[in-house]
Design a protein around this ligand. Structure first.
Ligand code: IPE
Ligand code: IPE
Ligand code: MG
Length: 269
């Protein structure tokens, strides 16, 4: 019972409805080292199902709670003036789940877009979807394209949502595109370098991932951003996604600020 009450209280905090973009001088950002923030943050939003079960609810209730968390984390990322936030919403492996859960998730994406689109646009967000989008329901694909179109001239945070995304699948698609160019004689094999491959990834135009966050205790990449995370710092927390609050996100930023990134070189402190 106590766990239930505590769980609910924390959720309201993480998913509170009245959370506005925090100002630079907000108490939330009190100890933030603004000169040592990541520019591109990726998040594996994990633990919705386990959290819901723990509360005596259906797994799907965890996904609904997770949407609220996402809204507030995006607002926090805007307040921090991050360059990009990339979140893992549905993997190429998640089709293995029961059909009812998959359908629920597809509907949830659709509802989320309907409900949040205008506000994200007003917040100057540039939304972009990554993954094998043609594998998603046609109506959802249309909504995604419309959302991207609406926000294409915005200049704020790049908000990438990974749906039917797998890092291996993304690399294969990139290689297929390049192979066609080689076959057509537009490129020769020697032209293939890191920059060319990056230009053919779904994340083209984004900086490399500086910080990779995974909630809910597991310590694995689950096929997320395999190329882009080559030199990312990793931050794992036991907090399940529905309880991951703006404060938790800022804690991850602070941890990042203390990391010593050497990129294979020597300590330059
Ligand atoms: C993450 O939460 C959301 C998706 C994968 C869609 P999970 O649904 O994986 O929740 P757990 O990890 O089973 O608790
Ligand atoms: C990764 O979480 C995918 C998303 C968060 C969308 P999973 O819950 O699917 O990953 P595994 O199965 O624990 O590796
Ligand atoms: Mg999971």
């Amino acid at each position: 019972m106590l766990k239930k009450i505590l769980g609910k209280a924390v959720t309201t905090l993480a998913g509170r409805d009245d959370f506005a973009i925090p100002e630079h001088d907000s108490p939330l950002f009190a100890d933030v080292d603004w000169d040592r923030l990541p520019r591109h943050v990726a998040v594996i939003m994990d633990g919705n199902g386990r959290w819901a079960k723990g509360q005596g609810m259906l797994r799907t209730a965890g996904h609904s709670a997770g949407v609220k968390t996402l809204k507030n984390i995006l607002k926090t990322a805007i307040g921090l003036q991050l360059d990009a936030l990339t979140v893992y919403a549905f993997s190429t492996e998640n089709w293995k789940r029961p059909e009812a859960e998959v359908n629920f998730l597809m509907n949830l994406f659709s509802e989320y877009l309907k409900k949040e689109l205008q506000e994200m646009h007003e917040d100057n967000v540039q939304i972009h979807f990554i993954g094998r989008l043609e594998g998603l329901p046609a109506a959802l694909q249309k909504q995604m394209r419309e959302a991207e179109e609406l926000m294409k001239d915005n200049t704020g945070v790049k908000f990438n949502i990974a749906a039917n995304y797998g890092g291996q699948d993304e690399l294969i698609r990139a290689m297929q595109n390049i192979a066609v160019e080689v076959q057509n004689g537009k490129l020769s094999p020697e032209d293939i370098d890191e920059a060319l491959l990056e230009d053919n990834l779904d994340t083209a135009g984004n900086l490399p991932v500086d910080l990779m966050i995974r909630t809910s205790g597991d310590m694995r990449l689950s096929n997320f951003l395999l190329w882009q995370a080559a030199y990312a710092e990793f931050y794992f927390t036991d907090v399940p996604w529905p309880e991951f609050s703006p404060e938790c996100f800022v804690d991850a930023m602070k941890a990042f600020s203390h990391r010593d990134r050497r990129f294979g070189g020597l300590d330059n402190k």
